[in-house]
Write a protein that binds this ligand. Structure first.
Ligand code: GSY
Length: 157
């Protein structure tokens, strides 16, 4: 199954964390890297008064089921000492399951597509770089959604 994962960090050595987290993810049995986006420097979305983020999106091929994939993402976050003391606030590393094939999943632990991905430039811009034709179930094609987030500051790092 092709899945898309979103990574973000705004604490510590952000570039090193992103690179190591991607290495860690794709070293996991059952996950292979299909494509990785560039790294983008992005303005904080929900809580303005915090450092800027580095974000990236990776496409992976996996034979893990969605819940096992989420467990891997959470383990990678934990390995990088995820700190998050304030809701929407700074964090060492976030790894989100954005898409899992064309599946819609709504469980207490996992919502796919990620419920806010369609309105976030820090997700849509890197996703558009690697998979512009991708359909976000219930929301539309990435390429069609991109103009709706054009006001959110995002640039290649
Ligand atoms: O998983 C979302 C964490 N997050 C981010 C992020 O990754 N990037 C930007 N630019 N803003 C954010 N706000 C939150 S919460």
């Amino acid at each position: 199954m092709r899945a898309y994962l979103g990574l973000g960090t705004n604490l510590g050595d952000r570039a090193a964390t992103l690179a190591a987290a991607i290495d860690d993810l794709v070293a996991t049995p059952g996950i292979t890297l299909a494509r990785a986006s560039s790294v983008y420097e992005t303005a904080p979305q929900d809580l303005a008064d915090q450092p800027t983020f580095l974000n990236a999106v990776v496409a992976v091929d996996t034979d893990l089921d969605p819940s096992a994939l989420l467990t891997v993402c959470m383990a990678v976050e934990a390995r990088f000492g995820r700190e998050r003391t304030v809701r929407w606030g700074p964090r060492t590393l976030d790894v989100d399951v954005l898409l899992y094939g064309d599946r819609t999943i709504d469980t207490p632990d996992l919502q796919v597509p990620h419920p806010r991905m369609h309105e976030r430039a820090f997700v849509l811009v890197p996703l558009h770089e690697i998979a512009p034709e991708t359909e976000i179930p219930g929301r539309g094609r990435v390429a069609d959604l991109l103009p709706t987030v054009a006001d959110q500051p995002v640039r290649k790092a």
